[in-house]
Design a protein around this ligand. Structure first.
Ligand code: GDP
Ligand code: MG
Length: 180
């Protein structure tokens, strides 16, 4: 009854999540906002850091998300299969002020499915929702694409933090639901 090993204490969760989408949609800033609460207005193509780890608690358990960011290789459509390997969740990001980035979503989804052999928790993310005055993609268009493709949907702002934590945590929760 009063064993030193409490129920569940041996369980550990580590989920790999990838962030994809066209260049400059805000992928790196979404991650830095979530993992470090930082925003960089002049971020150049990401150099170095492959992923960041962030934890949350679900059902009293520590769940770690290892969230991968591209190193700018999306500019050359050269995201490698190593990037996708083992991923159980994905954020597919577009910029609500640039329609071309929304039109690329289908290609990113194809690439994701090509490289994945497991159930993925996927969220379509319309980022930069702080820029309402130069919006080029309606909320309705975002939501209906997500519905058609079976993705969660959220508009975010890495700049003012709108929905950033929510978006990541919903994906993590869904992965947990898939595996537990
Ligand atoms: P990535 O290439 O997809 O990783 O995009 P970055 O995170 O490097 O961001 C590209 C540019 O968009 C940078 O100048 C950022 O400061 C800017 N940016 C990123 N997220 C937002 C946002 O939510 N709102 C606004 N207004 N700008 C953003
Ligand atoms: Mg980047």
């Amino acid at each position: 009854m009063s064993s030193s090993d409490e129920e569940g204490s041996g369980e550990e969760y580590l989920f790999k999540i990838v962030i994809i989408g066209d260049s400059a949609v805000g992928k790196s800033n979404l991650l830095s906002r979530y993992a470090r609460n930082e925003f960089n207005a002049h971020s150049k193509a990401t150099i170095g850091v492959e992923f960041q780890t962030q934890s949350m608690e679900i059902d009293g358990k520590e769940v770690k998300a290892q969230i991968w960011d591209t190193a700018g290789q999306e500019r050359f459509r050269a995201v490698t299969s190593a990037y996708y390997r083992g991923a159980v969740g994905a954020l597919i990001v577009y910029d609500i002020t640039r329609k071309t980035t929304f039109e690329s979503v289908g290609r990113w989804l194809d690439e994701l499915k090509t490289h994945s052999d497991t159930t993925l928790a996927m969220m379509l993310v319309g980022n930069k929702c702080d820029l309402e005055d130069i919006r080029a993609v309606s909320v309705e268009d975002g939501r209906s694409l997500a519905e058609a493709e079976g993705l969660f949907f959220m508009e975010t702002s890495a700049l003012d933090s709108t929905n950033v934590i929510k978006a990541f945590e919903l994906v993590i929760q869904e992965i947990y639901n898939n595996v537990s």
